[in-house]
Design a protein around this ligand. Sequence first.
Ligand code: EPZ
Length: 420
Amino acid sequence: MESFLIKGGVPLHGEVQISGAKNAVLPIMAATLLTAEPCVIRGVPDLSDVKFMAQILTWLGAKVDVHGGTVRTQAKKIKGQGDYDLVRKMRGSICIMGPLLGRLKTARVSLPGGCVIGARPINLHLKGFAALGAKIKIESGYVEATAKRLVGSAMFLGGRAGSTVLGTANVMMAAVLAEGVTVIESAACEPEVIDLAKFLSAMGAKISGVGSPTMTITGVKELHGAEHEVIPDRIEAATYAIAAAATNGEVTIKGARAEHLHAVIDKLREAGVVVERKGPNLLVRRNGRLKSSDVTTLPYAGFPTDVQAQMMALMTQAPGISIITERIFESRFMHVSELSRLGADIEIEGPSAIVKGGKPMSGAPVMASDLRASAALVIAGLTAKGTTKVNRIYHLDRGYENMDVKLRALGARIQRVEES
Ligand code: EPZ
């Protein structure tokens, strides 16, 4: 296993190019199962999750070629069952269920387990499939949805924490080939869902209300192939913006869509960070001392849960108390104990973490636990005095393309090493 070795204390300077959005690419790759015609997806990041999704599509019978940021697929003939182990390893692959159900009227995948950030139930996905007329069966670790016909209907997909991103994506991908009209209330409004809807529409789907809590889908007989350029990754952009602020640097973030980042930009400005829009880029720099700031994560357009850990790493540098409340996942504070090993003073009180910021951080070996917690540890390591070793960085490689290369280009002293 590999680690990152980071010598902290260097302000980041320069430019970083944002890659395509992981959380848009995965459902869009799954959506190519909805047609027998060839599809081309451009602007795809080089991530292990993307390679994994390609393996799953191939296993299902699709022809998939991933090369130089472009994915070409053709799902001429496919089977309706995902490989138990493959699907189990990446919960994002649950989004193959909708297209399999839509195209084949049957889908059978392994129940995606929980992960370190929470139980990750799929009850809302299954509620949506059932509302379209599917019979749901759960046995020996598999979940199966089958239907003689899929018939559009009105459904409410809100759950314990509001809307569901992949639940909305999954039901959309079944509904596009259902007979009649489907109305999804409490649909997710994330930019990645909007990007999926754009791709589905390019394939001939009829979808309206995209980006609003009420989405209407009028089923069609079949879909054709399409080409698509994936949106930039707003979470990656937020991560580099926070790294620039945390290290007291000045970084131009190329290709960051400011319109996807209002909540993050608002919080950074509140914390004393300068964020300027320069065309399709963002210029981020610190303006003196950071100010403590409270954050609560919410469904889009609220503050994204995928930026919570990174924001916490920044708030360890802001003198005073910052309260960070996680409203989306039930245990997304794995980074707290590891940040404390670097000298952070954070106490967890239920869904909130109370950060007593402004204390100097000193490097230490820390353990990555999930994708965004790992990013927070890298940010903390970049600000800590001395050397920080972030172990198990395979978590990072799932969602950040060449993070060490991009950070070195910004002046960071970071090396990828074999874990000893
Ligand atoms: C997507 O996960 C993202 N993953 C996550 O990003 C992101 O954190 C999450 O949306 C929230 O924005 C991908 O897109 C691949 P949800 P998803 O369904 O769709 C509850 C990252 O770091 N819920 O929106 O699985 C659920 O427990 C990853 O890139 C139900 O109760 O998340 C959670 O509390 C991590 N029943 C809340 O809804 C359901 O059927 C939001 O989950 C589904 C979800």
